[in-house]
Design a protein around this ligand. Structure first.
Ligand SMILES: [Fe+2]
Length: 185
C-alpha cells in the first residue's frame, strides 16, 4: 500500500489539513520507529509501523477542527473511528485499528460511558505492540499548527495525562518504563 496515495485521495495537497496531517504523521512515524528500536528484541513490524503511522489521523478530515483546516461535521474525538471506517473501506483493516485505538493513551468503554463521548461502546485502547508504539509516539506531538514540530518532554506528557486521571497517567508511566525512556542520562 502507498499511504501517500490514500492521503491524497481524501486531502488536497495544497490544503492546510494536508500540511498538518503529513507533517504530524511524519514526526509520529519517526518517533514510532525510534521507540520500535528500543524494543527491537520483540521484533515490531517496522513496515507496518511506517504505513500506519502515516495514516493514524487520516479521519480528522471529517471532523470540525477549523484550526487544523478540517471542516467536517463530526466532533474531533471521532477522528479515530472515522479513520477506521475510511481504512476499512480502502481494504486495510489492521491499519484501521490503529486509527481507532490511538487517541490519548486509549479510550475505554468506561471513559465513553462516564464522559458520554460520541463513540460506540467498545474498548479503543492499543492492543498490539505496533498499536502501542504508534499511540505512544503520537502523545509526544500536538497538531496545533504553531506547535507541530515541538516534541513534548516526559514531564509535560505526565502533566498532560494527569489531567485525564490517575489511570491514564499510570499507562503513560508503564510505557515510559516499557520503552526504558528514563534509564539513560
Ligand atoms: Fe496523531
Amino acid at each position: 500500500m502507498d499511504p501517500q496515495k490514500i492521503i491524497r485521495k481524501y486531502y488536497d495537497p495544497n490544503s492546510e489539513a494536508y500540511r498538518v496531517l503529513v507533517t504530524h504523521s511524519e514526526l509520529v512515524m519517526q518517533k514510532a520507529l525510534a521507540l520500535a528500536q528500543r524494543v527491537a528484541h520483540l521484533q515490531p513490524n517496522l513496515h507496518f509501523i511506517r504505513e500506519a503511522a502515516m495514516l493514524h489521523d487520516i479521519g480528522m478530515i471529517f471532523t470540525n477542527a477549523p484550526k487544523i483546516g478540517c471542516h467536517g461535521e463530526h466532533p474531533y474525538i471521532m477522528h479515530g473511528i472515522l479513520g477506521r471506517e475510511l481504512l476499512e473501506t480502502e481494504g486495510f483493516p489492521k491499519h484501521a485499528l490503529v486509527c481507532e485505538r490511538h487517541t490519548g493513551v486509549g479510550i475505554t468503554r468506561e471513559d465513553i460511558a462516564e464522559q458520554n463521548l460520541p463513540l460506540p461502546d467498545r474498548e479503543m485502547v492499543p492492543v498490539t505492540l505496533e498499536e502501542k508504539i504508534i499511540c505512544f509516539a503520537d502523545t509526544f506531538y500536538s497538531k496545533s499548527p504553531g506547535k507541530l514540530m515541538q516534541e513534548k518532554s516526559l514531564d509535560k506528557l505526565r502533566r498532560q495525562l494527569a489531567k485525564y486521571g490517575d489511570d491514564k497517567l499510570a499507562i503513560l508511566n508503564e510505557w515510559i518504563a516499557f520503552f526504558k525512556l528514563e534509564e539513560e542520562a
